[in-house]
Design a protein around this ligand. Structure first.
Ligand SMILES: Nc1ncnc2c1ncn2[C@@H]1O[C@H](COP(=O)(O)OP(=O)(O)OP(=O)(O)O)[C@@H](O)[C@H]1O
Length: 281
């Protein structure tokens, strides 16, 4: 079930390479904390990768380091072979759980905001915003304000804002975490198609096993903190997938496997926490 793609295919450079990455917080202080430890990971162009793992295992830390929001303590992240030293949303754009929309700006202005921050003219930003809002199914909502939109629609605006930058990679941190189950599922099926058409590579953190399987070409399972890559699983079924995929034996088998793996890693985390608090007492 486990297979890892080669670090590079022939002489082709991978889109993103995480090489022996270690990230610590509070280095050389009494609060020093090892969040990610010696992680190797490769993302290829157009690939959809989901990341799951126990709470606090370092998933967000890994994602933020991939996008240049956090600097590696050791090891390196490379985008198109070039070390990532700061965020570059035209290469890798983030989508966060809380949408991060400006309530006083219209939907269209919000969708163009990423480009404006990246230095584009207002005309270019607004033109791209219109195109991407249509792409995510919000053609008629450009003049509205975020408060008039449902949570699912607001997340579509955040995704349109990221797509407007035409990045080669989208980094999504639990993007549907704030949505109810039904909206999450409907949006998921729709966005799976939309993002497939857009052609970007996507790395998405999720706590939902169904989402992790439904969306992914490859699932990355992280161990309890300090986060390491415990397993990588390829999901062969072509994207975009229909909801019926969830009723297949392959889907159910994967679900059981991931559930068991997460149980093991959660238990490891609980045992580690128990032994470290015993050491303090
Ligand atoms: N800025 C920070 N300063 C210090 N410690 C941090 C910081 N950010 C995260 N941590 C710690 O690093 C560890 C990994 O956190 P991270 O948010 O990456 O995990 P996660 O797997 O994304 O968690 P969750 O699934 O709960 O969102 C946790 O112990 C967390 O408390």
């Amino acid at each position: 079930m486990t297979d890892r793609p080669p670090a590079s295919k022939g002489t082709t450079v991978s889109l993103l390479t995480v090489d022996n990455l270690t990230v610590k917080y509070g280095v050389d202080t009494k609060d020093e904390l090892l969040a990610c430890h010696e992680i190797d990971l490769t993302i290829e162009g157009g690939e959809f990768v989901t990341i799951i793992g126990p709470s606090g295992c370092g998933k967000s830390t890994l994602l933020h380091t991939m996008g240049g929001l956090i600097s590696p303590t050791d090891g390196a992240v490379r985008f198109d072979g070039v070390p990532v030293t700061k965020p570059n949303p035209r290469n890798a754009a983030f989508v966060f759980q809380d949408y991060s929309l400006f309530p006083w700006k219209s939907v269209e202005e919000n969708a163009g905001m990423g480009l404006r921050f990246a230095g584009a003219s207002k005309a270019e930003a607004m033109s791209q915003a219109k195109t991407q809002l249509e792409f995510v199914g919000l053609k008629d909502f450009g003049e509205r304000y975020p408060r008039a939109l449902s949570g699912g629609m607001q997340q579509r605006v955040a995704i349109a804002r990221a797509l407007a930058l035409e990045p080669k990679l989208l980094l999504m941190d639990e993007p549907f975490g704030a949505l109810d189950e039904q909206t999450r599922r409907n949006l998921g099926t729709d966005l799976s198609r939309i993002l497939g058409e857009a052609g970007q590579a996507v790395v998405m953190i999720t706590h939902s096993l169904d989402e992790a399987i439904f969306w992914a070409d490859r699932i990355v399972v992280m161990s309890a903190r300090p986060g390491r890559i415990a397993e990588e699983i390829t999901v062969e079924t072509p994207r975009p997938r229909q909801l019926e995929f969830m009723t297949t034996k392959r889907f159910q088998d994967l679900r059981v496997h991931l559930f068991e793996q997460l149980e093991v890693h959660q238990r490891d985390a609980a045992e580690r926490d128990a032994s470290s608090s015993a050491a303090v007492v």
